[in-house]
Ligand binder design. Structure first.
Ligand SMILES: [Zn+2]
Length: 497
């Protein structure tokens, strides 16, 4: 049994964690925004060695004693300990993903371009061959490394004192079993709705019913090219600035928010937010491409940006940087789903058929939420199993049952979110659905144009991640966080067409 740490040691570790996260965030910002070719994590881990050592994690675990800040720091140290063990595998996987190429119809395509290709390719035969080439590379080069990492995590989790990874997260206070029960219920309650609306959605977007759609068609349907002209690249940032201004926020005047808009050859085309200092320096990186997905991604990341930029500086590092990630994901989704809100679309863009687009958005939400419900159920089984390879058929079964589209068995290791992050997304979807319903009731359907709604959001953002998503929601609405609210939100949007 480890001895509890002294308060002084805990304070030092907390301050060190704050620097560790800042350095990791800055390194990933520099690399993915295309300022820096290499991605050097090792020197950062070396500088903060103590935070990833076993005795630190065990000492913090022995010190928790019902204190939430200490429990968050303990979780951070455990994740650092496990992450440090699989850092080599993770770096090797990233390196392979960045360098592997394959040939489809005599054309050489880099591994990381295969997914975007599937979205942008109109010819179904080419899509099928592209998917097959991708699965072959995953199977041949990545699965062995991913399996090794999974086995190391399993072994080291036991040294952290928990019989399984799932049990470790239950000890961190994750309500995984109650959430899994809600997932099972939502899957059962929306099964018929998915079969009916999913079928209509795929028919309208790729000309195939749910029974005929294959996984290589899904990205193409998701892309929604027919809506591109309604979401032009040059109006993305003005629409964001206008939306925030209505809420009382002048984006360009925010001293602690940096906008990285420059063109750089190796800049990741997807928008992202790097909260390097919370709240002192939050970077929103984007390379506007236009199209519905790009707009959604920008508004999602802008939600993270405003949450972190408004977080009260006097909170502890644990309350600013750690805590319940369903909170920041919930804020991100609240802004993201404005781009599928018919009232917002009409106000911000001269949008053709906004209710039709909103209904399609609701079907996409149904797909992704059902998929994540199945992912959580799968991950709970995966992280409790003796032999991870035995779960390969379960992945296909669970994900296939939820989506009615058969997934690739070779993704059974890669399609796992570390730290049960899937549970944060699921709870964030519920948070968004319930908070949006409250905002509409209190401020009207155009709540996002009301200054008082903005004042309320700023007040809530200031709390950082000190409260959980459940506590924030209860505080504002008096409600309990419930996944079933997502089903109601989807049905409502579908009924409006
Ligand atoms: Zn996010």
């Amino acid at each position: 049994m480890a001895e509890p740490l002294q308060q002084r040691e805990i304070d030092e570790l907390s301050a060190d964690a704050d620097r560790f996260i800042a350095e990791l965030d800055e390194e990933s910002y520099l690399h993915f925004a295309g300022h820096k070719e290499t991605y050097d994590l090792s020197p950062i881990y070396e500088r903060h060695e103590r935070l990833t050592q076993l005795d630190t994690a065990l000492g913090l675990g022995a010190s928790v004693d019902g204190d939430r800040r200490r429990r968050e720091l303990w979780r951070f140290a455990c994740e650092g300990y496990l992450g440090n063990f699989v850092r080599e595998e993770a770096e090797r996987v990233a390196e392979l993903e960045a360098t592997l190429t394959t040939t489809v119809d005599d054309e050489e395509i880099p591994y990381r371009m295969l997914r975007p290709r599937l979205m942008n390719e109109d010819d179904r035969g080419v899509r099928e061959r592209t998917e097959a080439a991708r699965n072959e590379l995953t199977e041949e080069h990545l699965n062995a490394l991913e399996l090794q990492a999974a086995q190391v995590v399993q072994r080291e989790t036991q040294r952290l004192g928990a019989p399984s990874y799932a049990e470790l997260y239950r000890n961190f206070g994750f309500g995984l079993d109650d959430l899994a029960e809600q997932c099972r219920r939502l899957l059962a309650e929306t099964e018929g709705l998915w079969e009916e609306t999913g079928d209509r959605f795929f028919r309208s977007r790729v000309g195939l019913g749910l029974g005929d759609v294959a996984r290589w068609d899904v990205g193409r349907a998701w892309r929604g090219v027919a809506w591109d002209s309604a979401f032009p690249a040059d109006r993305m940032l003005p629409a964001l600035e206008g939306t925030l201004a209505d809420l009382g926020i002048e984006l360009r005047a925010q001293q602690n928010v940096e906008l990285d808009l420059e063109e750089r050859p190796s800049k990741d085309p997807r928008a992202f937010c790097s909260p390097i200092e919370v709240p002192g320096r939050v970077v929103l990186v984007l390379k506007p491409q236009g199209g519905p997905n790009d707009w959604r991604a920008l508004f999602h990341e802008a939600g993270h940006t405003e949450h972190f930029a408004h977080t009260n500086a006097s909170l502890s590092p644990e309350e600013r940087r750690l805590g319940d990630n369903a909170v920041t994901e919930g804020w991100a989704m609240l802004l993201e789903y404005l781009t599928t809100d018919p009232v917002w679309l009409e106000r911000r863009l001269d949008f053709p058929r906004p209710h039709e687009f909103a209904a399609e958005g609701a079907v996409q939400l149904l797909w992704v939420v059902r998929r994540y419900c199945a992912k959580l159920l799968y991950e709970l089984e995966f992280h409790a199993a003796e032999d991870p390879t035995a779960l390969r058929p379960r992945y296909v079964e669970l994900l296939g049952d939820a989506t009615k589209v058969k997934p690739a068995a070779s993704d059974y290791l890669g399609d796992i979110d570390g730290g049960f992050y899937a549970s944060a997304y699921l709870r964030a979807w519920a948070f968004e659905a319930q908070l949006r319903a409250y905002l509409r009731e209190r401020f009207g359907n155009a709540w996002f144009s009301q200054r008082e709604a903005g004042s309320l959001l700023r007040e809530l953002w200031a709390e950082g991640q000190k409260p959980t998503a459940d506590e924030l929601l209860a505080d504002v609405t008096g409600e309990k966080l419930e996944l079933a609210a997502v089903g109601d939100r989807i049905r409502e949007a579908l009924a409006a067409v």
